[in-house]
Design a protein around this ligand. Structure first.
Ligand SMILES: NC(=O)c1ccc[n+]([C@@H]2O[C@H](COP(=O)([O-])OP(=O)(O)OC[C@H]3O[C@@H](n4cnc5c(N)ncnc54)[C@H](O)[C@@H]3O)[C@@H](O)[C@H]2O)c1
Length: 393
């Protein structure tokens, strides 16, 4: 038996001072079983080629994602892209993702999935038709501790879920960062490039996904306030939704970009009929459990054991996921790498002609991306209607 062929990955976006293409390229290379071989790094064709020529290691540069995807059919099988990563601003997710799907190429796409719900529905329909593996990059699902939290809540260990507070709080847009030449702030505050909600779309969707992944519950309806707390902004920088969940429980899903001192403060607290679970991404090595009349329990990654008086049997699948020994800290890159690692399994199955079940248990799928856009559109509609209760489409 020989080692499997390394998967070929193509980047769409990543040139000219880009941020998130770089965590992706690290995560792609994390296991040595995937590598970036090609890229369409910018919307300007000349700049795309120039940036590819100075990429830190040799890649095939293309002038556009159209050229990169069209070129695949002329390459020998072993040189073709096994998947593409779409890591462009939100308005430039839909077209390359759809083109790749229609060319039969699996897609690992950034969040929010698209600019609006209509586009998200079109992508979901295209994935359903073509059956190509499709991931949405909700990075925080890749923390091992998020998966432990999901196991604890969904196996009923804290009882029936009654109340959830899921929030993502930042402070980087407390001033007019977009007027200071910061490209990440410029496009995020521009409705044509970011969509109908800035704060909600950018980080509220992470808070939503964390709630849905950990609890397995859906948002049935919501009452929302989208506010611009910094004068002169047309889109929200402060986003609050009060929600009813599919089991009748209530939840806050909220986000802000104007809370000075907060960095990437994503956290979730789930209150059940038997106990409370707390998880914070800035301390993502641990899950805290609070039970009545007992000392609080803190479960460290790598330091959990079945049947310890609270945890029941722990699934083999959870326990066998590669991790460092506890205390050697995992982090954001590890979480994103875990998503790419799980996606790789599905891409290899797809390449072998096997049926692939992107069921959302290991990474967010296209339906999760669609729900994110349905959530945003319901929140925008509710807020415009003075916070009226609004069903998700
Ligand atoms: N999953 C996460 O945790 C996470 C974190 C940060 C950003 N993001 C998402 O990643 C995406 C990119 O965000 P960012 O902060 O890296 O933005 P950025 O502005 O730093 O980078 C965007 C890149 O896309 C390129 N680009 C734009 N249009 C293009 C086109 N038509 N073809 C090819 N390249 C094109 C730009 O040149 C740039 O290289 C956004 O959707 C954002 O929401 C996700």
């Amino acid at each position: 038996m020989s080692s499997p062929r390394t998967l070929n990955v193509g980047l769409i976006g990543g040139g000219g001072g880009a941020f998130f293409a770089h965590p992706h390229q690290k995560a792609i290379h994390f296991d040595g079983t995937r590598r970036v071989v090609a890229a369409a790094l910018r919307s300007n064709p000349q700049a795309a080629l120039e940036d590819a020529a100075i990429w830190p290691y040799p890649i095939k540069g293309y002038a556009s994602y159209d050229a990169m995807i069209d070129a695949q059919q002329h390459l020998p099988q072993s040189e073709r892209l096994d998947y593409v990563v779409v890591v462009t601003p939100n308005h430039a997710h839909f077209a390359p993702a759809l083109k790749a799907i229609e060319a039969g190429i699996p897609v690992f796409c950034e969040k929010p999935l698209t600019l609006n719900l209509k586009e998200a529905e079109q992508l979901a329909a295209a994935v359903e038709k073509s059956k190509v593996p499709f991931a949405v990059a909700h990075t925080y699902l890749g923390h091992w501790s998020t998966r432990l939290a999901r196991h604890i809540v969904q196996s009923g260990l804290i009882g029936d879920v009654r109340w959830v507070d899921s929030s993502y709080i930042q402070g980087w847009l407390a001033g007019k960062t977009e007027d200071a030449g910061v490209q990440q702030a410029e496009w995020r505050t521009d409705p044509k490039k970011t969509g109908a909600s800035n704060c909600g779309g950018d980080i509220g969707t992470h808070a939503l996904m964390q709630l849905r992944y950990v609890t397995g519950l859906e948002i049935s309806k919501l009452s929302a306030r989208l506010e611009a707390l910094v004068a002169g902004r047309s889109l929200d920088d402060h986003f609050t939704t009060y929600c009813e969940l599919s089991n009748g429980a209530k939840a806050l899903v909220r986000a802000s970009q104007v809370c000075i001192g907060h960095k990437n403060d994503l956290s979730i607290e789930v209150n059940g009929s038997l106990g409370t679970l707390v998880w914070r991404q800035e301390e993502s090595e641990a899950v805290k459990i609070m039970l009545p009349g007992q000392p609080d329990r803190v479960y460290w990654r790598g330091e959990v054991a079945s049947n310890d008086g609270f945890l029941g049997d722990l699934p083999e699948d959870l326990m066998s996921q590669p991790t460092l020994p506890s205390g050697h800290v995992e982090g954001f890159h590890d979480a994103l790498a875990r998503l790419h690692r799980d996606f790789e399994v599905d891409v290899r199955a797809f390449n072998s002609g096997e049926a692939v079940n992107c069921d959302g248990s290991k990474y967010a799928n296209v339906e999760d991306g669609r729900v994110g856009l349905a959530f945003i559109e319901a929140a925008v509609a509710s807020s415009a209607n003075d916070g009226a209760w609004t069903q998700l489409g």
